[in-house]
Ligand binder design. Structure first.
Ligand SMILES: [Zn+2]
Ligand SMILES: [Zn+2]
Length: 135
């Protein structure tokens, strides 16, 4: 059996696990990620073998005008996940910060940096893309 990686929201009532990670993790500076995370940028990663372990009834989905969805905990407000427009219900990208143990993920880029907050300094040497990565 493969190792799985567990994560949880701020209040701990929502718990989940994932078995694998996309190699395309990136720090996203777009306005929506900034507001959703309440942070300078959001770092999300696609996952495989994902399942909710607890608290799924507390998960709420916010769908923006552009068709993208963001999932959050209705009890503590923690930002959980992102789903691009038209993605299947299991096509989630998870906020990496929610994992409760080290995960084998290395974000490889900063994206949507044309929306970067003026109080943020990017100094990690990763490639920067004004919009999406264009993969
Ligand atoms: Zn919560
Ligand atoms: Zn974004």
């Amino acid at each position: 059996m493969n190792k799985t990686y567990q994560g949880s929201c701020l209040c701990g009532q929502i718990r989940f696990e994932a078995g694998g990670f996309s190699q395309q993790a990136a720090h996203c500076h777009c306005t929506m990620c900034r507001k959703f995370h309440g942070a300078a940028f959001g770092t999300l990663v696609g996952v495989s073998e994902f399942r909710w372990l607890a608290g799924q009834a507390l998960v709420r989905e916010y769908r923006a005008d552009n068709g993208t969805s963001r999932l959050f905990c209705t009890n503590c407000g923690a930002s959980l996940a992102f789903r691009s427009k038209g993605a299947p219900s299991d096509g989630l990208e998870i906020a990496i910060a929610l994992f409760d143990e080290p995960v084998p993920v290395k974000p490889g880029a900063h994206i949507y940096t044309r929306y970067q907050a003026n109080w943020t300094l990017i100094a990690d040497g990763l490639p920067q893309y004004p919009e999406g990565r264009g993969e």
